[in-house]
Design a protein around this ligand. Structure first.
Ligand code: PLP
Length: 366
């Protein structure tokens, strides 16, 4: 029926959310991150199952993502983390979305808009504590003054984001944490939510950086990147929720010396049987897996041979009995997870997941 499809386990997503909640405890709110179509797992279905599992907040990257969730009936609070573009601002009111603001001037703009519309709106303020990306670098007194000038816009949260949380050989996370809490203390402000941590500081128990809210993305989908350096034991266990399959288009025997695919970068040294799969880099299967990747056929690991093409990929299926066109092959799943693929392709597991293209169908399972 499909050339290539994802099987997303909503049960695993809900289970991973519950596992995060169990680790952080009742005092800390969990705001799952469902940006980028829930790391390609399907934002609407994922958001629905998280809402059913008890999530009160979700985080997205931009206003379109938030509006799509509202249109689908999602009722949780929704934090929009990276979009306060002039053309987006009215939508925060129309769709009951909560902006993360990144500089003090934006606070005044939101306040003016809220006053003009006669509509209250809450906002979170992001501090650049050393990541050097989004967030204000203003000092405490200026932050307190800007927030104090609000009447219709309500300051609800203070947040920051870490640059090196996976590296326990670096002092940057401690420095960012100290900068953030020193600034918060110096402002004298008491926002309802204080949040700094994504998956890694949750999973490795960096409690001093939890505040009273955490923002897990990767962990919700079943991944925790390995920490570098002298990391403490991991406290969180999660299960990958996504399996990516494709089907066989053709099976054939080729003789010793025959070349396979673009550039003839693979040449058979003995007679082999190959299968041509119905997925390529246009589906998001990384071109860098050419001659390097591995897939699962009938539970057995088979190597990618030759260049990954736009629409097809060739594998060596010598010794696999009875394989025929239409049979399923697992590109990502089981022992071949996104981290394994990322290592082989020289990228990160986030990019492998987000790179799966919209051409790939998606099915939801328990
Ligand atoms: C994407 C993102 C997260 C989630 O990060 P993970 O490593 O996937 O848990 C949290 N906070 C911000 C600001 C983000 O952009």
């Amino acid at each position: 029926m499909h050339r290539s499809w994802l099987e997303v386990s909503l049960g695993s997503i809900a289970g991973n959310f519950r596992a995060v909640r169990a680790v952080v405890g009742q005092e800390v709110a969990v705001m799952p991150v469902v940006k980028a179509d829930a790391y390609r797992h399907g934002a609407v279905a994922v958001a629905r199952s998280l809402e059913r599992a008890g999530a009160r907040w979700l985080a997205v990257s931009n206003v379109q993502e938030g509006a799509a969730l509202r249109d689908a009936g999602i009722q949780t609070r929704i934090l929009v983390m990276a979009d306060f573009l002039p053309g987006s601002r009215e939508a925060f009111f129309d769709y009951r979305l909560t902006p993360a603001l990144h500089d003090l001037g934006e606070i005044g703009e939101l306040e003016r808009l809220a006053t003009r519309r006669g509509q209250a709106v809450a906002f979170h303020l992001k501090i650049d504590s050393g990541m050097g990306r989004l967030g204000t670098r203003s000092e405490a007194a200026a932050v307190a003054e800007a927030v104090g000038g609000c009447q219709t816009a309500q300051f609800e949260g203070l947040m920051t984001h870490f640059a090196s949380s996976s590296d326990y050989g670096s002092s940057q996370t401690d420095e960012q944490t100290r900068y953030f809490f020193d600034l918060l203390t110096a402002t004298g402000l008491r926002p309802a939510y204080v949040h700094l941590s994504s998956t890694i500081p949750i999973a490795y128990g960096r409690r001093e950086a939890w505040g009273n809210m955490v923002r897990p993305g990767h962990a919700i989908y079943g991944y925790i990147s390995p920490a570098k350096g002298p990391a403490p034991d991991r406290e969180l266990d999660v299960t990958p929720a996504l399996t990516w399959k494709t089907c066989v288009l053709e099976v054939k025997d080729i003789p010793a010396g025959a070349a396979v695919g673009y550039g003839a970068i693979y040449r058979a040294t003995k007679p082999i049987r190959i299968a041509v799969l119905a997925a390529g880099y246009a589906d998001g299967y990384p071109h860098r897996l050419s001659n390097k990747g591995k897939v699962l056929v009938q539970g057995r690991v088979c190597p990618v041979i030759g260049a990954v093409s736009m629409d097809v990929t060739t594998i060596d299926v010598t010794g696999i009995a009875g394989l025929k066109p239409g049979d399923p092959v697992t590109l990502l799943g089981g022992e071949i997870d996104a981290q394994q693929i990322a290592r082989t392709a020289g990228t990160i597991s986030y990019a492998v997941l987000c790179g799966i293209s919209s051409r790939v169908a998606r099915m939801f399972v328990d």
